[in-house]
Design a protein around this ligand. Structure first.
Ligand SMILES: Cc1cc2nc3c(=O)[nH]c(=O)nc-3n(C[C@H](O)[C@H](O)[C@H](O)COP(=O)(O)O)c2cc1C
Length: 198
């Protein structure tokens, strides 16, 4: 951990290379400008399958799918372990996260088992943040995105702090003002981290 140069993991929850990945690249630029180190894990480039509730992790503390190398969750976990801050950048799908991201989220059951069944010590909380991308126009909002992400971050030892509303953001708009704001928000993540640690 370097108080002035945090390693920030950006998990991009869209199954395609669209506005979410683009937004994340702008945030990453801001992080770099402010002296942080961003790492992008784009679900559009990875395969992560869901949890079958086999419950093996409740006795071993290890996921059989991760241990078997069946998908890319092990790679993601290494990045998460190493991160000073965990940031989720995701589209809204019917008020919640896309099923691809929910599949990854459900694999956090191993963290739950380690903590609540196996009694592993609780580490000091690391900061988390959430960027929500959406087409807009849906009257039901995106509260489930926040609740679900907060629950998942909490079980893995992260505390969801700032939430950024990017409803209406589209990479096709080429809106210089919105893009500059995204870079600025990336810088803000590093400043926030520095504020917590200095
Ligand atoms: C299955 C599906 C459900 C969606 N539901 C919502 C929604 O509830 N609210 C919203 O604002 N946008 C919704 N959208 C629009 C996406 O959030 C929006 O297009 C977003 O920019 C997609 O990000 P991407 O380009 O990175 O894939 C939905 C899109 C899809 C494909």
């Amino acid at each position: 951990m370097d108080a002035l140069s945090p390693k920030i993991l950006l998990l991009c929850g869209s199954p395609r290379d669209g506005s979410t990945n683009y937004l994340a690249s702008l945030i990453a630029r801001g992080i770099e400008e402010a002296g942080g180190t961003p790492t992008l894990f784009r679900l559009s480039e990875h395969t992560v399958i869901g949890c079958d509730a086999c419950d093996v992790c409740q006795s071993t503390g290890t996921c059989v799918k991760t241990a078997g190398g069946f998908d890319d969750f092990g790679e993601f976990e290494e990045l998460l372990f190493d991160a000073d801050m965990f940031v989720v950048v995701t589209p809204v799908y019917f008020a919640n996260v896309p099923s691809y991201l929910k599949a990854l989220y459900d694999r956090f059951q191993t963290y739950w088992a380690r903590r609540y069944i196996l009694g592993n010590p609780v580490e000091p909380k690391r900061p988390g943040a959430l960027f929500i991308v959406g087409g807009g126009g849906d009257p039901f909002g995106y509260e489930p995105v926040i609740i679900t992400t907060r629950s998942v971050m909490n079980v893995a030892g992260f505390s969801l702090g700032n939430i950024y509303d990017y409803i209406g953001f589209s990479k096709d708009d080429k809106d210089a003002e919105k893009e500059a704001k995204a870079v600025e928000d990336g810088r803000g993540l590093v400043e926030y981290y520095k504020g917590l640690n200095t």
